[in-house]
Design a protein around this ligand. Structure first.
Ligand code: TPP
Ligand code: MG
Length: 526
C-alpha cells in the first residue's frame, strides 16, 4: 500500500498540479520529500509574495495553483494577498503544514491551533482531515472545491500523516473526475432572451470573470450584436473587453450614485460575470435610475445572493452569451472604428507624466503584452492611453490589497513564458511584495517592471481630499531607490529619464527580469 505522501503526489500529478509556490518550515518538509520528477517548487521569500505569484500564475494558466505555507505564521503572512485571490475568484489550493497530531492539543511550538478556523472567513473551504487515511480524499476535495467554487481552499495536514499507509479506500481518489456544467434551462433561457430582445436601449456591464473564463472575444460578439454601450464593472481586476472598442464606455466608477447616473436612459442593464457591484468610494444615491431593470448572470452564487437589486441567474455567462447570440437579430449597422488614444500631456521638469509612460508602453511593447498593474493614482491616465485588444492583457489586485502586482507579474510570466509581461508598479505598492524580485531573478523570468516613483501614496492623497482629511500623516515615501533594491535581489535595474530614453529601453527585448525606475508626476485616480 502506498504512503499518504506517494498517493497525494500521484493525485496532484494526475490533476496537472505540479507547480508549488511556497515558503517552507519544518512542518512542511515531509510533504515535500520525494517529489516526483516534473514537479517544480517556486520559492518565495515571504508568504505574501508566494501567494501573489501563485495568484498570477493560476489566473494566467486558468487552472488551480498549489500553495504551500508554514503553519499559522506563514498562513497569516499570506492573508492580505489572499483577499485579492478571493475577490478575483482564483482557484488556489493552499496546503499548510501542521505539527504532528499528538502535539497539536498540547500546543507544541508550530502547532496551528484550530487551523481551519484561522482561514475560514477568507477561503471557500478549509479543513484538517480527522485521520491520516483521509488526507488524499481531503486533498482531492481541496482541489475540486477550488475548481468548482473558483476560490482558494485551505488544507492543514499534520506532518506525521505523510508517512502513514494510505489504506485501500484512499486509492479510488486517483481516478476521480469532477466537472461542472451550468447552462440555463430552456425556460430560463427563453425568459432571458425575451428580456434582452425586448429592451429598447440595453447596456452591457462585464466583469473580470469574463476574461478569466476566456470569454473576451465572445463578449465582443455579443456587444456588437446588441449595439449598445459596454462598461466594465467597478473595481476591475481583469479587462473583459477591448478598451478602445467603439462601444466601450470605460470602467464604471466605484460609487452608487455615479453608477446609477451612467445607466440613465437605459431600460435594461445586463451584467455578465460580475458582482452587483463592488463599490468603493461611499457616494450614496439610488442604486438604479427609475425605469431601469438589471439582470445579473454570474456563476458566483453568493454574489447573486448578496446583490442589493436586480434579478440574478446563477449560470455560466458563456452559455448565456451563446444563447443570446443564437436568438438575437443582427444590429442594423456597423459599430464604427476603434478610438485612437489622445496625445499624452507632457510634464514640465525632469519627471514624466504617467500618460507619457503609458503611451510609451502602448507604442513600444508588443500587442499581446500582459500587464499586471499596481499603481493606484494613475488609473485614469492608464485607461486614457492604453490600447488593449487581447484576452488576458490586464491584471489588478482584485480586493485592492497591495502586494499582488509585483509577485503577480512574476506568476503571470512563469505561466506564459512566450508572452511579454510588464509589471506597472507604484513606489508605494512595490514594498508589499518586493521579495518576488528574488524569485524572478533566480528563475530568470523575463518580466519588465516599470516602477513609477512619485514619492508618495498618491491615491491616498486624493482620498484624503475626498474624505475631508487634507493633512493626514504618513502619506509621503521619500528616499526609496528601487534600482538599488532590485540589484540587491539580483534584478538588473536602471533609472530612466525622459520619454525618449524610456521608449528606447522598452524597445529592447530581454530574456531576464529587469526594472526601469521612472520619476513621475502626481496625478489623481479619477
Ligand atoms: C496591503 C495594503 N496596505 C495599504 C493599502 C492602502 N493603500 C491604497 S493605495 C495606497 C498607495 C499606493 O501607492 P503607490 O503604489 O505609490 O501608488 P500611487 O497611488 O502613488 O500611484 C495605499 C498605501 C492597501 N490598499 N493595501
Ligand atoms: Mg506612489
Amino acid at each position: 500500500m502506498p504512503s499518504v505522501r506517494r498517493l497525494s503526489h500521484e493525485f496532484l500529478e494526475r490533476q496537472g498540479l505540479t507547480t508549488f509556490f511556497g515558503n517552507p518550515g519544518s512542518n512542511e518538509l515531509p510533504f515535500l520529500a520525494d517529489l516526483p520528477d516534473g514537479f517544480r517548487y517556486v520559492l518565495g521569500l515571504h508568504e505574501g509574495a508566494v501567494l501573489g505569484m501563485a495568484d498570477g500564475y493560476a489566473q494566467a494558466t486558468g487552472r488551480p495553483a498549489l500553495v504551500n505555507l508554514h503553519a499559522a505564521s506563514g498562513s497569516g503572512n499570506a492573508m492580505g494577498a489572499l483577499t485579492n485571490a478571493v475577490a478575483s475568484r482564483t482557484p488556489l489550493v493552499i496546503v499548510a503544514g501542521q505539527q504532528v497530531r499528538s502535539a497539536v492539543g498540547p500546543e507544541a511550538n508550530l502547532a496551528s491551533v484550530d487551523a481551519p478556523a484561522l482561514m475560514k472567513p477568507l477561503v471557500g473551504w478549509a479543513a484538517e482531515p480527522a485521520c491520516a487515511q483521509d488526507v488524499p480524499r481531503a486533498l482531492a476535495q481541496a482541489v475540486f472545491e477550488a475548481r468548482l467554487q473558483q476560490r482558494p481552499t485551505y488544507l492543514s495536514v499534520p506532518y506525521d500523516d505523510w508517512d502513514a499507509e494510505a489504506g485501500a479506500n484512499a486509492l479510488p481518489v486517483l481516478d476521480r473526475r469532477v466537472q461542472r456544467a451550468s447552462a440555463p434551462s430552456a425556460e430560463q433561457g427563453r425568459l432571458l432572451a425575451e428580456r434582452v430582445a425586448s429592451a429598447r436601449r440595453p447596456a452591457l456591464v462585464l466583469g473580470g470573470d469574463i476574461d478569466t473564463a476566456g470569454l473576451f472575444d465572445d463578449a465582443v460578439r455579443l456587444a456588437e450584436r446588441l449595439g449598445g454601450p459596454v462598461w466594465a464593472a467597478p473595481s476591475l481586476f481583469r479587462l473583459p473587453f477591448p478598451n478602445r472598442h467603439p462601444l466601450f464606455r470605460g470602467v464604471l466608477p466605484a460609487g452608487i450614485a455615479p453608477v446609477s447616473r451612467a445607466f440613465e436612459g437605459h431600460d435594461l442593464v445586463l451584467v455578465l460575470g460580475a458582482p452587483v457591484f463592488r463599490y468603493h468610494e461611499h457616494l450614496p444615491g439610488p442604486y438604479l435610475p427609475e425605469g431601469t431593470r438589471l439582470v445579473q448572470v454570474t456563476e458566483d452564487a453568493s454574489a447573486a445572493a448578496r446583490a442589493p437589486m436586480g434579478e440574478a441567474l446563477v449560470a455560466d455567462p458563456g452559455a448565456v452569451i451563446d444563447l443570446l447570440l443564437k436568438t438575437l437579430d443582427s444590429p442594423s449597422g456597423p459599430v464604427g472604428a476603434y478610438r485612437p488614444a489622445p496625445e499624452p500631456p507632457t510634464a514640465e521638469g525632469p519627471r514624466l507624466h504617467p500618460e507619457e509612460v503609458f503611451a510609451a508602453l502602448r507604442d513600444e511593447m508588443p500587442e499581446d503584452t500582459a500587464y499586471v498593474v499596481e499603481s493606484t493614482s494613475t488609473n485614469s491616465a492608464w485607461w486614457r492611453q492604453m490600447d488593449l485588444r487581447r484576452p488576458g492583457s490586464y491584471y489588478f489586485p482584485a480586493a485592492g490589497g497591495l502586494g499582488f502586482g509585483l509577485p503577480g507579474a512574476v506568476g503571470v510570466a512563469l505561466a506564459q513564458p512566450d508572452r511579454p509581461v510588464v509589471g506597472v508598479i507604484g513606489d508605494g505598492s512595490a514594498n508589499y511584495g518586493v521579495t518576488a524580485l528574488w524569485t524572478a531573478a533566480q528563475h530568470r523570468v523575463p518580466v519588465t517592471f516599470v516602477l513609477l516613483r512619485n514619492g508618495t501614496y498618491g491615491a491616498l492623497r486624493w482620498f484624503g481630499g475626498l474624505l475631508g482629511v487634507p493633512d493626514a500623516p504618513g502619506l509621503d515615501i521619500p528616499g526609496l531607490d528601487f534600482t538599488r533594491i532590485a540589484e540587491g535581489y539580483g534584478v538588473p535595474a536602471r533609472q530612466v529619464t525622459g520619454a525618449g530614453e524610456l521608449r528606447a529601453a522598452l524597445a529592447e527585448r530581454t530574456d531576464h527580469p529587469r526594472l526601469l525606475q521612472v520619476d513621475t508626476e502626481l496625478t489623481t485616480p479619477a
